[in-house]
Design a binder for this molecule. Structure first.
Ligand SMILES: [Zn+2]
Length: 99
């Protein structure tokens, strides 16, 4: 129901974060869609914990609750330098066409 703010057709384009560590200069990539998905799962869980009906899929939410800690960890891991563990990085979004 919510209008999509993204102008890009996700079937045609891929968006990726390109991050560069300011400490050790390591460059790594992370898919925007993947982080959104993980972030969505974490939010869903927060919803359940507040025990309010979020208009949604309680079954899926309950299921994701078990995984939420590892999801949060995963997101955390994607957002720090895989080499030195620093969160001090520069970030840009790269968009490329799917082939
Ligand atoms: Zn680093």
């Amino acid at each position: 129901m919510s209008p999509k703010s993204a102008k890009l057709d996700s079937k045609k384009y891929v968006q990726e974060y390109k991050r560069k560590c300011r400490e050790c200069k390591k460059v790594w990539h992370s898919l925007v869609s993947r982080e959104k998905e993980i972030g969505g799962n974490v939010k869903l869980n927060a919803c359940v914990q507040a025990s309010t009906a979020c208009g949604g899929n309680l079954g899926a939410a309950t299921q994701s609750k078990r995984n939420v800690e590892s999801q949060q960890e995963l997101l955390d891991k994607l957002r720090k330098c895989p080499s030195c563990g620093s969160r001090n990085y520069a970030e840009e979004i790269i968009i490329y066409e799917k082939k």
